[in-house]
Design a protein around this ligand. Structure first.
Ligand SMILES: [Zn+2]
Length: 70
């Protein structure tokens, strides 16, 4: 896949799906347009929590399935 091809990406910060790269959009490879304007510290904090939420969500899904080995 070439670098300028439009991709479906998930923001590391808020978990929202976005297209990248979109002309005139300030979104980066890892952050959507909405999060790219945040302070680096705030973004880092969101990334931390987003990672945690994703992990907890996976855990809950596993428990819902009866906790069978994946
Ligand atoms: Zn975002």
């Amino acid at each position: 896949m070439s670098d300028d091809e439009l991709q479906d990406r998930t923001c590391r910060c808020c978990g929202r799906g976005y297209k990248y790269p979109v002309p005139k959009s300030s979104a980066t490879r890892f952050h959507c347009e909405r999060c790219v304007g945040l302070d680096a510290e705030v973004r880092a904090l969101f990334e931390h929590f987003n990672k945690r939420v994703r992990r907890l969500t996976a855990e809950v899904e596993k428990l819902k399935r009866g906790g069978e080995a994946s």
